[in-house]
Ligand binder design. Structure first.
Ligand code: CP3
Length: 363
């Protein structure tokens, strides 16, 4: 029987975990957001005709999809195939993945009284145990090749989906709550935070070796709203998860990725996360200055640079590495891969990171 805990295979490549902790490495580690995704033909073939969230609920399917990109490319980390919207589902909301439209909530939250429709006390093991099973199975099947990253959506990003009912350009329905119903907003953000903390701890118990928190909708907030409705919850999550882990003598690096949250970079670097993920709108050198060497940085090549010819990708990567430096740095894109990207160019990106960073380290 496959179980979590001490019987996991020994980790062979710890470069990603060392970089999270700011330690020296021979090369800069690299992985890509959405590395398990539709740009891979084998992913499209495996997913064909299956419901997205059904796939998420199958540990064997999640394991296979997580491993697919690692068979092609020497990524230094794996990220479990799942979705951030499993949390609203666990809280009692219906979420569908509609082809061509994306995630859709048939009955989004409209007014504060709708909070009464949410599960007041979520049994995370019961509702999200399938994710924990997927993590344990994948950690075994990875056979110690690279560390496995678990993840969650951040409270504000999940709140925005729960009120918008899907993707949005303005997020005006969700932001309306912040300005018109601040108390109910905090109540919802607090409910989400409680579930997220349990969920992340469950992922670590199941075998996750690092955790990334996606605040994908930081960009529609300004600095004032970010201070009130995002940052305190991001901090709370890291503090509570770390306090709990410390009690059992565990140390799992945490990454915060607040997309388009450049205005909050200083604060994010002082929020108990080891790593701050960056989108492509931030200059590497200025990110280093603004975070004062307190954290490792992750990112931030424009995903669209993967449309460039391979030689150009290599030049862009070299500049990026020179900007960030090779210590305390994890190469990634500034956001996820798009479905029309060429896997060959993803391979060129990974190779460029490894080759250039080895050279820079020898200088
Ligand atoms: O490879 C990985 O990065 C791991 C898996 C992963 C998925 N979703 C799989 C997925 C991760 C980390 C996520 C997180 C996620 N999901 C975020 C945060 C990251 C970000 O993009 O900012 C968000 C906002 C979501 C919500 C979501 N799920 C969206 C917006 C979409 C795309 C819808 C579309 O049609 O373009 C999804 C679906 C989804 N999640 C796919 C994948 C591979 C594609 C759909 C499919 O496989 O059929």
């Amino acid at each position: 029987r496959i179980r979590g805990g001490v019987d996991f295979p020994k980790l062979k490549n710890d470069v990603f975990l060392r970089a999270c902790q700011g330690q020296e490495t021979n090369h800069v580690p690299v992985w890509c957001m959405r590395q398990a995704g539709r740009y891979l033909p084998e992913f499209r073939e495996f997913r064909a005709g299956k419901d997205f969230f059904e796939t998420c609920r199958s540990p064997a399917a999640c394991c296979e999809l997580t491993l697919q990109p690692l068979r092609r490319f020497p990524f230094d980390a794996a990220i479990i195939f799942s979705d951030i919207l499993v949390i609203p589902q666990a809280m009692g909301m219906d979420v569908q993945m509609v082809a061509g439209k994306g995630p859709t909530f048939p009955e989004p939250l409209k007014e504060p009284e709708d909070l009464l429709l949410l599960q007041p006390k979520v049994d995370v093991n019961k509702e999200l145990g399938y994710v924990f099973k997927a993590i344990t199975l994948t950690r075994h099947k990875l056979d110690g090749k690279v560390p496995l990253i678990g993840f969650t959506g951040a409270p504000w990003t999940l709140m925005a989906y729960m009120i918008e009912g899907g993707g949005s350009t303005t997020h005006s329905k969700a932001k309306r709550w912040l300005y018109r119903h601040p108390e109910a907003s905090h109540k919802l953000l607090k409910m989400l935070t409680d579930v997220i903390v349990e969920y992340l701890l469950g992922q670590v118990a199941a075998g996750a070796q690092a955790l990334q928190v996606f605040e994908s909708h930081a960009g529609c907030l300004g600095p004032v709203e970010f201070q009130e409705f995002s940052l305190p919850y991001l901090r709370d999550i890291a503090r509570k998860v770390k306090d709990q882990l410390k009690e059992s003598g565990q140390d799992v690096p945490m990454i915060v990725f607040a997309k388009d949250g450049h205005y909050g970079l200083e604060d994010l670097s002082q929020s108990h996360y080891e790593v701050v993920g960056l989108d492509w709108t931030i200059d590497p050198r200025s990110a280093r200055e603004r975070t004062g060497g307190k954290v490792s940085l992750q990112g931030n090549m424009d995903p669209c640079a993967l449309y460039a010819p391979k030689e150009r990708i290599s030049e862009i990567v070299k500049k990026m590495l020179e900007g960030f430096g090779t210590r305390g740095y994890i190469a990634n894109l500034g956001h996820g891969l798009y479905p029309d990207m060429d896997p060959e160019n993803v391979g060129a990106f990974v190779e460029a990171v490894h080759t250039h960073s080895r050279h820079l380290n020898l200088k």
